[in-house]
Design a protein around this ligand. Sequence first.
Ligand code: GDP
Length: 303
Amino acid sequence: REALNRASEHIARGIIDTLAYREIKPEDLQPLLDDILLDLVESDVALEAAEAIVAGVREELVGSRIRRGEPVERVVREALRKALLALLDPGPRPDLAGEARARCGGRPLVILFLGVNGTGKTTTIAKVAYMLRKAGVTPVIAAADTFRAGAQEQLAAHAEKIGVPIVRGRYGADPASVAYDAIKHAQSRGFCAVLVDTAGRMHVDSNLVEELRKIVRVSNPDYKILVVDSLTGNDAVEQARLFNEAVGVDGVIVTKVDADPKGGTLVSVAHAIRKPILYLGTGQGYEDLEPFDPQKTVNRLLE
Ligand code: GDP
């Protein structure tokens, strides 16, 4: 009798289940996914990244069960939000000031800045220096782009304005030795961090990759941070791949997001190299550096 009861309970539950839930079919999803793809591309997400995100959402949802009457659209948007968040928020981001502070008295925290000329790398180094100084861990700047005319002067002008020391190299000097000197200088004077600028020339015959690898070998950076310009879209993605393959990138700072209301480049770059975005450049002033907030970016994308 008990077995009979159990069996009938089981059947009843099955019937209720069939009435209450249904399976999502590919044809339920397709029009919604087509719209999402278009929305993402219109927000300047690279097609390749947009397609991969949409495919991920499709895979997750096809065959899954939803309550009858629950709009598929809501389920899809929720899955999309989750997929974007997973991409933009791959894990904890470093607390640069905290890590620098922990190094005071020992080997300074060494942060290498990579990026193509014009992306805002110089300004970004100044912003990070300003942020660290404000946090009580004044860094030394290493002007290790000894190639581009004006790079040294431009950095020196920033360093003077924000009141942080700079170690410069002569035009054509070995960039790795400038980085090395700056680290020694910082260590001997009790500075807790060194921010190393690097060259960003991009002509075909440049030996930039070798130069960067040497700087990395000599300075053994704790972080290699790539600076990309949000307004350059696919170029930013290409640069991310290039630098990541050349020397490995630990995190990205995306500049000029104040001029880019959509934020698609953030998604494309995160998708291309699967590295965290650390900060956003939001203007030309030293204060215009915001810790990256994945939630805010996703909200803006899904608006
Ligand atoms: P670099 O050649 O990569 O070192 O580029 P610079 O640091 O010289 O920056 C190039 C231009 O972009 C300068 O006019 C900067 O003021 C500007 N810039 C840099 N970051 C930002 C940002 O986050 N927002 C805006 N609007 N402009 C920026």
